[in-house]
Design a protein around this ligand. Structure first.
Ligand SMILES: Cc1cc2nc3c(=O)[nH]c(=O)nc-3n(C[C@H](O)[C@H](O)[C@H](O)COP(=O)(O)OP(=O)(O)OC[C@H]3O[C@@H](n4cnc5c(N)ncnc54)[C@H](O)[C@@H]3O)c2cc1C
Length: 418
């Protein structure tokens, strides 16, 4: 039975890190919030990420000249990108948009919009975790990008220039300095570029769970049910059709990650949201300590010491949302990480796959969904959802409580794809 009047101020669809951060922010602002998700909190993409919390994210995935590297990556089985051949025809329009997003004149506006959502993320997580007893889930860290060749470790590359232009604290260091910071690193690594004043998660899902518990303590609810349909406000609030009956809410925040577009299909809304699948391997008895998030800058995977052991995460695989995982990609991390940390114990690795919700321009869609009154988009955070969770929750809550005008959300508008 449909409730006669909405008793929910905001229904948040999705209990990933974006939904949870948003629910907490709205509950803290005094709104009655209900989260809908059939899955446990942060058990999908937000479960298995690399745990990098960067307040400095400003380098898009698509950059000028990147296309020259892609063919080499695709033919290298250890390369950071793979496309299942049968999926290529479906992916092609997204690839073309991805390459177009990397034109020089687009880079600065995109970098600014990424930076806007990431800024202050470490402090924001610390503030939110304060008093939960889970404060140690976010550790101070550097993001150490390691290079086998000193020549490749150049601050002249555009990505590093974008960071420097935004006063991101970075430093180029030599092999000896790298060894001091990360004593276990292999001798082949000749140099590193440090991004300082970052955070790293010792249990990314644990952060989401702690924040969800805090939201519940502030009056939010979590209904473990799948939303089948959402309907915009036609005078009596928005409607959610779920496995457990129908609900009404003044507003709906759609934060269902890579699955968000499934709920928009019936309105004829098509968006270039791809499942950019990534893998991780956890080594429970690593036998070594890693002090920071360490990224192999050439092979583009990240190793980090978490509560459960060393997690090695990365790769971008395009095969569609529902294709079976190819865990061979995850298991390649064992040998790669062994080259990075020769004393790492790689026995009994545990694999995982998750789907980054990725738009071609590395920006999420936030705010109004044209034609769907009072349904608010909050999805598409690709490689950066953990770092952008708090920033996203603030701009969405400002928008919902009308503390911000629509212009703030312009760079993230759905209309950029229409
Ligand atoms: C290998 C890898 C490494 C990464 N490393 C990092 C990193 O170091 N730092 C970083 O910032 N980001 C990283 N990311 C990206 C980050 O993990 C994602 O951007 C983020 O988790 C996306 O969060 P989300 O809440 O949008 O989606 P999810 O966590 O996927 O949550 C979406 C939720 O929606 C629910 N849902 C779906 N359909 C429905 C429905 N119909 N009804 C109700 N609920 C529904 C799902 O059950 C799910 O719980 C990484 C990603 C991967 C794969």
């Amino acid at each position: 039975m449909i409730q006669p009047k909405p008793t929910i101020d905001v229904a948040v669809v999705g209990a990933g890190i974006i939904g949870v951060c948003t629910a907490l922010e709205l509950a803290e602002r005094g709104l009655k919030v209900t989260i809908f998700d059939p899955a446990p909190v942060c058990s999908k993409t937000s479960y298995g990420n690399a745990g990098v919390i960067s307040p400095w994210t400003c380098v898009p995935q698509s950059m000028p000249g990147l296309w020259k590297q892609v063919p080499g990556w695709l033919i290298d089985p250890d390369g950071p990108v793979s496309i299942r051949p049968s999926y290529m025809p479906k992916l092609l329009p997204w690839v073309l948009r991805f390459l177009a997003a990397g034109r020089s004149q687009r880079i600065d506006p995109v970098a600014n919009a990424m930076f806007r959502l990431s800024k202050g993320s470490v402090a924001a997580y610390k503030k939110r975790l304060d008093g939960t007893g889970k404060e140690n889930l976010v550790r101070d860290s550097m993001y150490v990008h390691v290079y086998r060749s000193s020549k490749s470790a150049s601050l002249d590359h555009l990505g590093w220039q974008l960071r420097q232009a935004r006063q991101v604290p970075i430093e180029l260091i030599d092999k000896a300095a790298l060894k001091e910071i990360e004593p276990e690193i292999a001798d082949q690594y000749q140099a590193a570029i440090l991004i300082k004043q970052q955070g790293r998660a010792s249990d990314p899902a644990g952060i989401g769970i702690a924040l969800a518990e805090k939201a519940l303590a502030k009056g939010a609810c979590h209904l473990q049910t799948k939303v089948q349909e959402i309907n915009p406000d036609q005078g009596e609030g928005c409607q959610l059709v779920t496995d457990q009956g129908d609900y009404r809410a003044e507003k709906i925040v759609l934060a269902a990650g890579v699955w968000s577009c499934q709920l928009l299909k019936r309105f004829g809304i098509k968006l270039p949201l791809e499942a950019e699948r990534g893998y991780h391997l956890v080594l429970r008895n690593p036998g070594i300590t890693i002090n920071n998030s360490v990224m192999d800058a050439e092979q583009k995977y990240v190793a980090s010491l978490m509560k459960a052991g060393v997690r090695v995460a990365g790769t971008a695989e395009f095969a569609g949302i529902d294709a079976a995982p190819n865990y061979v990609r995850a298991h390649r991390f064992a040998q790669q990480a062994k080259k990075l940390f020769p004393r790492l114990n790689i026995t009994n690795p545990e694999e995982w796959m998750g789907s980054r919700p990725s738009f071609p321009d590395s920006l999420p869609c936030l705010g109004e969904i044209p034609g769907l009154k009072n349904i608010v988009a909050a999805f598409g955070h690709s490689h950066y959802g953990l770092g952008m969770g708090p920033g996203t929750s603030e701009v969405i809550a400002d928008y919902i409580t009308r503390a911000a005008n629509c212009e703030t959300l312009l760079p993230y508008s759905i209309e950029r794809f229409q």
